[in-house]
Every structure is written in structure tokens, then in C-alpha cells.
Design a protein around this ligand. Structure first.
Ligand SMILES: [Zn+2]
Length: 84
């Protein structure tokens, strides 16, 4: 049963190597994840900005007083007349 003992020892040594490698790998992974998270956060901000931008862009000008009002409005917020 010396072969199994050798195997066990080999496994033990390998585990230490694996632990070291895993630590390195995790370190790299965290760095990678961090950059992914960073870009994800940036994407969220970009999405919000795009949404806000679209909201701002989605306006029309009142034909009565010239005020800019959201397209969903039925009446002008400034002069109160019906939007055509
Ligand atoms: Zn108006």
C-alpha cells in the first residue's frame, strides 16, 4: 500500500500548488471581474444618461406659445392649450 501513500503525498503537494495557483487565478479573476464591474457600472450610467437624454429629446414645441413640452402631453404646461 505504498503506492496509495505516494499518491496521497503527491496529492497533498499538488494541493498546495493548486492553492497557490488558485490564489493567483482568483487574484487575476478579481482584477478581471473588477474591470468588468467597472465597465458594467459605466454601462449602467450610460444607459441612464441615454434614457434621460431620450426623455429630454422626446419633446415637442407648443404651436401656441412655443414652449417645449413632453410628447405624451395632451395640453401645454405653459399656456394650457391642447396639443395637436
Ligand atoms: Zn403652449
Amino acid at each position: 500500500m505504498s503506492s496509495s501513500k505516494d499518491k496521497k503525498e503527491e496529492k497533498h503537494v499538488k494541493l498546495e500548488d493548486v492553492a497557490e495557483e488558485t490564489g493567483e487565478f482568483i487574484g487575476k479573476g478579481i482584477r478581471k471581474t473588477w474591470s468588468v464591474m467597472k465597465s458594467f457600472g459605466k454601462g449602467v450610467v450610460d444607459t441612464i444618461e441615454t434614457k434621460e437624454g431620450r426623455k429630454n429629446v422626446a419633446t415637442l414645441t407648443c404651436s401656441h406659445c412655443g414652449a417645449s413640452i413632453p410628447t405624451q402631453s395632451n395640453f401645454c404646461a405653459k399656456c394650457g392649450k391642447k396639443i395637436l
